[in-house]
Design a protein around this ligand. Structure first.
Ligand SMILES: NC(=O)c1ccc[n+]([C@@H]2O[C@H](COP(=O)([O-])OP(=O)(O)OC[C@H]3O[C@@H](n4cnc5c(N)ncnc54)[C@H](O)[C@@H]3O)[C@@H](O)[C@H]2O)c1
Length: 255
C-alpha cells in the first residue's frame, strides 16, 4: 500500500471491514490518506486490518461489535467523532447471507437477523452520520447491495429482500440528503471471492437456487475490484453521482 492524498484529511467509516470487500475498501481508503474506522463483529479480523493499515503509515482504529445492536452503531459514530471530529465517508458494507431458501423454508429468526444486519444497520448508520454530514454541507455514503438486489434468482428470499431494500434506502436517502450536499450511492457486487461463500452449504441449503446462482455468475471478481468501485463513488471524482446503483458484477446484470 502506497499512501496518496486522494482522501487526505478525510475520515471514513467502513462496516464489515475485517474481511473481503470491506477490508479491501478500508485499505484503499487508507492508502488514499483517509483515517479509517474499521467496524466489524470479529475482533481479530478488525485488529488485523488496523495493523495492516498502520504498517504502511496509514491511520485507523477498530470498533468491534454486532451491527444488529443499535448501541454498536452509536458507539461507531461516537468513537469516530471522538477520534477524528468529522465523518466524510460511510461505507455500509457489512452483510450476511441467508440459507438460500424460499419463503416456505425461511425461519422468522433468519429473516429478522438478515434484515437487522443487512438493512436496519445501514439505515441506523445513515441516520447517525447524517447530522455531521449535513452540518459540514458534504458527505458521501456508499451502500453495498448485491446482484440479488436487482433480480430474484441470486439468493434466498431473506437476502434478496434485504438487498432490494438497500436499493430503496439508497435512492430515498439520496433524494432526502441531496439538498445538504450529501451523496448516497450503491455498489451491487456480483460473485466476489471473499469469506461470505463459506456460510453457504451447497449440500443442505437451497441447492436449486445455488445451482442457478453458480450457473449465471460467470467470472468471480477479486474483492479489490469491487472496492475500487466503492472508493470511486466515495470520492469527489463522483461529485455528480447520487442515487446510483452501480453493478460491479462482470456483466451478470446485463444477461
Ligand atoms: N462476496 C460476494 O460474492 C458478494 C456478492 C454480492 C454482495 N456482497 C455483499 O458484499 C458485502 C461484503 O461481503 P463480503 O463478501 O466481503 O463478505 P465477508 O464475509 O468476507 O465480509 C463481511 C464482514 O462483515 C462482518 N460482519 C458480518 N456480520 C456483522 C455484524 N452483524 N456486525 C459487524 N460486522 C459484521 C464479518 O465479520 C466480515 O468481516 C456484503 O454486504 C455482501 O452482501 C458480496
Amino acid at each position: 500500500m502506497t499512501l496518496t492524498s486522494r482522501f487526505s484529511g478525510k475520515t471514513a467509516i467502513v462496516t464489515g471491514a475485517g474481511s473481503g470487500i470491506g477490508r479491501a475498501t478500508a485499505l484503499a481508503l487508507a492508502s488514499g490518506g483517509a483515517s479509517v474506522v474499521v467496524a466489524d463483529i470479529d475482533p481479530l479480523r478488525a485488529k488485523a486490518v488496523v495493523a495492516e493499515i498502520e504498517a504502511t503509515d496509514g491511520v485507523a482504529v477498530e470498533v468491534v461489535g454486532d451491527l444488529a445492536e443499535e448501541e454498536v452503531v452509536e458507539e461507531i459514530v461516537r468513537r469516530t467523532l471522538g477520534e477524528y471530529s468529522r465523518i466524510d465517508i460511510l461505507v455500509n458494507n457489512a452483510g450476511i447471507m441467508d440459507s438460500m431458501c424460499g419463503p416456505q423454508e425461511t425461519s422468522s429468526s433468519e429473516w429478522d437477523r438478515v434484515m437487522r444486519v443487512n438493512v436496519t444497520a445501514p439505515f441506523l448508520l445513515t441516520r447517525a452520520v447524517a447530522p455531521a454530514m449535513i452540518a459540514a454541507g458534504r458527505g458521501s455514503i456508499v451502500n453495498v447491495g448485491s446482484e440479488a438486489g436487482l433480480r430474484g434468482s441470486c439468493a434466498g428470499t431473506a437476502y434478496t429482500t434485504s438487498k432490494h431494500a438497500i436499493v430503496g434506502l439508497t435512492k430515498s436517502s439520496a433524494i432526502m440528503l441531496r439538498p445538504y450536499g450529501v451523496r448516497v450511492n450503491c455498489v451491487a457486487p456480483g460473485g466476489t471471492i471473499t469469506n461470505i461463500q463459506v456460510t453457504i452449504d451447497p449440500d443442505t441449503q437451497g441447492p436449486a437456487v445455488l445451482g442457478a446462482f453458480r450457473g449465471n455468475v460467470g467470472r468471480m471478481a477479486e474483492a479489490e475490484e469491487v472496492a475500487s468501485a466503492i472508493v470511486y463513488l466515495a470520492s469527489d471524482e463522483a461529485s455528480a453521482l447520487t442515487g446510483v446503483i452501480l453493478p460491479a458484477d462482470s456483466g451478470w446484470s446485463a444477461i
